[in-house]
Design a protein around this ligand. Structure first.
Ligand SMILES: [Zn+2]
Length: 286
């Protein structure tokens, strides 16, 4: 799932490439992806792209001064910038990976795509980004929060730190992949309880959040849009590396189920050498 660094890079790319261009038209191929019907997609035609912004993991394309195309890419969504589109008529609604196409006046544009059969990509055409429920509920941005804000937000919610860190209403932008990386960098157990973290642990977590996200943003910004891939991140230390050696200590990266997915961590770096119990598994074998 694209998280803060990937969405930031997409916004940066759009600012560079699309700002100043006029929209020819928007074609909606996956009707269910567009969550709003007023204003209609036709209202976008003739508008100039004035900015591209990020709200947590949401991407917003600003059209003129009061229209926003806000997109949540969900688990398998992505934005593909095209220098040109194949000739032929408009997209036909169907079951393909393209949910939405935005054509610009120089023949270029972008497709919002979603792989797989689970269609969760959500697009909203709104006059105010706060009209998007997920945007209105966002906590402070994880990359912008200072230590006091960060500490206050984390301690406001009691739970396993992995879950609290990925709760978009607590802090915006961190998902499954980067929370694994941040917790590893902070040498914290993903199951540590958020309201029992010491000041030192909170400070380490805040520092790690800034460093891990900042590094990932720098890496992403150096890539061309065609090379930006939500699921092919470079520089990961534990996430999606189950069974491989931890780059810090050489221990084997382990995996445990968490929520509806799984998390990866290093026992030596994060849990005093003890593997975490997989609750789902122990329930099964009980
Ligand atoms: Zn380690």
């Amino acid at each position: 799932m694209p998280e803060l660094p990937e969405v930031e890079a997409l916004a940066g790319y759009l600012r560079e490439r699309a700002v100043g261009r006029r929209v020819d038209r928007v074609e909606v191929a996956a009707i269910s992806a567009l969550k709003t019907y007023e204003p209609a997609p036709a209202a976008v035609s003739g508008r100039t792209v004035t900015d591209a912004r990020r709200y947590g993991k949401f991407l917003a394309v600003v059209l003129g001064d009061d229209l926003h195309l806000v997109v949540h890419l969900a688990r398998a969504g992505w934005l593909h910038y095209r220098e040109s589109f194949p000739s032929g008529g408009p997209l036909r609604p169907g079951k393909g990976p393209i949910a939405l196409r935005v054509r610009l006046d120089d023949g270029s544009g972008f497709d919002l795509t979603e792989a797989g059969t689970q269609k969760k990509l959500a697009a909203y055409l709104v006059t105010d980004p706060a009209a998007v429920p997920g945007v209105a509920k966002l906590g402070p941005d994880a990359l912008a929060a200072d230590l006091a804000t960060f500490a206050g937000r984390l301690r406001s919610r009691r739970g396993q730190v992995k879950g609290v860190l990925t709760d978009q209403t607590v802090l915006a932008g961190v998902g499954n992949a980067y929370s694994d990386e941040i917790l590893h960098a902070a040498r914290l157990s993903p199951f540590a309880l958020s309201d029992r973290l010491t000041d030192e642990q909170i400070a380490a977590l805040h520092e790690a959040t800034g460093r891990v996200l900042g590094d990932a943003v720098s890496r992403s910004l150096g890539q061309k849009a065609a090379e930006l891939k939500g699921e092919k991140r470079s520089g990961l230390t534990v996430h999606a590396r189950t069974g491989l050696p931890c780059p810090s200590c050489g221990d084997t990266v382990r995996e445990v189920s968490f929520a509806d997915s799984s998390l990866q961590y290093c026992p030596t770096c994060q849990t005093g050498g003890k593997p975490l119990a997989d609750r789902r598994l122990s329930r099964l074998v009980r």
